[in-house]
Design a protein around this ligand. Structure first.
Ligand code: AMP
Ligand code: MG
Length: 298
């Protein structure tokens, strides 16, 4: 009898220890959802897709695309909130984090993947369109307006972190309290994995180094690096994160930086900002965000 009871307990235990893992493409990357709850993936992907439809610059119908086309938009509260937060990160980072770099991202060919080193004059001209001080926000009616014609925004440095935050919220509403969400360089955890923290691997920026491992419980981790999107020309490496001061790809000496924070939006914005600012200024910046930490710098 006791043996039978033990077997039943063991079987229930095994059942509970099952994890479902599902990978789909969203927000331009592979997104992997891991949870003991089978329905978690559907809930998370639905929400991530909803956020993508608001913010993607590749979707001509998104709010960001409409804003970029017309220079003004009566935005949803969500898009307004994100542009406002982005402007706050611009301020906090001394101008390093700047969503108005979009025309430069285009100029360097990172949007259509036709990479090129632009002429100096083209960079100088495009820089005139850059600067988050030229985004006018009117809270009443959630109106976003650009001061200069031709300006554009790119929320690629903050959108994935935010989308995972929203997905976690939806999971919570559905009564799910344990899930790991991984969207490219962006990882968010809910709760833990059968009583233990989730163990996550952070990719080594150059192949000859092993990946680093971090433990995560109820928080977010974001990695920004020069290896996600880059091209090589005449032995120089040009990566997709642009320094808004120079108009050239950021060159702070950092190959990759991993930041942790309570929420994905903060981790995402800070990792991009620190990649541009470098170690010293980055360490200073992160002090303004209690709970956020630089975990790995290469
Ligand atoms: P992440 O992978 O989160 O570091 O974000 C990188 C993406 O952010 C790039 O692919 C661009 O779309 C965008 N981006 C590039 N430079 C900047 C910048 N200085 N500030 C904000 N976003 C940027
Ligand atoms: Mg980012």
């Amino acid at each position: 009898m006791t043996r039978y009871l033990l077997l039943v307990i063991l079987l229930i235990g095994c059942q509970n220890d099952r994890l479902y893992k599902e990978t789909r493409v969203a927000m331009g990357t592979f997104v992997e959802i891991t949870s003991a709850h089978k329905e978690a993936a559907d809930i998370a992907f639905k929400e991530i897709k909803r956020v993508e439809a608001l913010l993607s610059k590749y979707d001509p119908e998104s709010e960001v695309s409409r804003l970029n086309r017309s220079g003004t938009l009566e935005a949803s509260p969500e898009t307004f909130f994100l542009v406002k937060r982005s402007k706050e990160f611009w301020q906090a980072s001394g101008g390093a984090f700047d969503i108005t770099v979009a025309p430069l991202v285009d100029l360097w060919g990172f949007t259509d993947k036709k990479y090129k080193v632009p002429a100096k004059e083209a960079i100088e001209n495009t820089l005139k369109l850059v600067g988050s001080d030229k985004i006018i926000l009117r809270e009443e009616g959630n109106i976003i307006t650009f001061k200069a014609a031709g300006m554009k925004v790119d929320l690629g440095a903050i959108a994935k972190g935010y989308a995972l935050d929203r997905a976690k919220e939806k999971l919570k509403q559905a009564g799910i309290n344990s899930c790991l969400l991984n969207a490219g360089g962006q990882i968010s955890a809910m709760g833990n994995k059968f009583g233990r923290p989730w163990k996550i691997a952070v990719r080594a920026p150059r192949a000859n180094k092993p990946a680093a491992y971090l433990e995560l419980k109820d928080g977010s981790v974001s990695t920004s690096g020069d290896y996600e999107q880059f091209f090589l020309k005449d032995n120089a490496r040009y990566a997709h994160i642009i320094d808004p001061k120079t108009g050239y790809p950021a060159d702070s000496g950092i190959i990759s930086v991993t930041v942790s924070a309570a929420d994905g939006l903060t981790a995402d914005a800070l990792s991009t900002a620190i990649f541009i600012s470098g170690r010293e200024k980055g360490a200073e910046l992160i002090r303004g965000f209690p709970g956020a930490e630089i975990k790995i710098v290469n």
